[in-house]
Write a new protein. Structure first.
Length: 105
């Protein structure tokens, strides 16, 4: 049985988030998003999980990179077979940064 492909789209804010991440990582981020989210973006794995606080509109988190420092937050629209990338951030020690803003965990 062939797995259905999901279309990946990006919110406008994602591009400004990437500007705060070293450009050498951009190909890795793009590669991992496509590799992990094109098929079965709603399948929970060790590095991909639904956000449970609060569990609204099917929002998920993907972790990857050196020491799992990158975070991609996305939403799944099953009716359109689409994954919308909402934010890309970097976690340094116990702090998460999306763009230039520190996000409270």
């Amino acid at each position: 049985m062939k797995k259905s492909k999901f279309q990946i789209s990006y919110s406008d804010e994602v591009y400004s988030h990437l500007l705060s991440i070293d450009k050498k990582y951009w190909p890795l981020i793009k590669e991992k998003i496509e590799e992990q989210l094109i098929h079965e973006p709603g399948l929970e794995t060790k590095n991909r999980k639904p956000l449970s606080n609060p569990p609204i509109d099917d929002r998920w988190e993907l972790r990857f990179g050196p020491q799992n420092c990158f975070r991609v937050f996305y939403k799944i629209d099953k009716s359109l077979n689409e994954v919308l990338i909402l934010a890309v951030g970097i976690k340094i020690k116990e702090k998460l940064y999306i763009g230039k803003k520190e996000i409270k965990l």
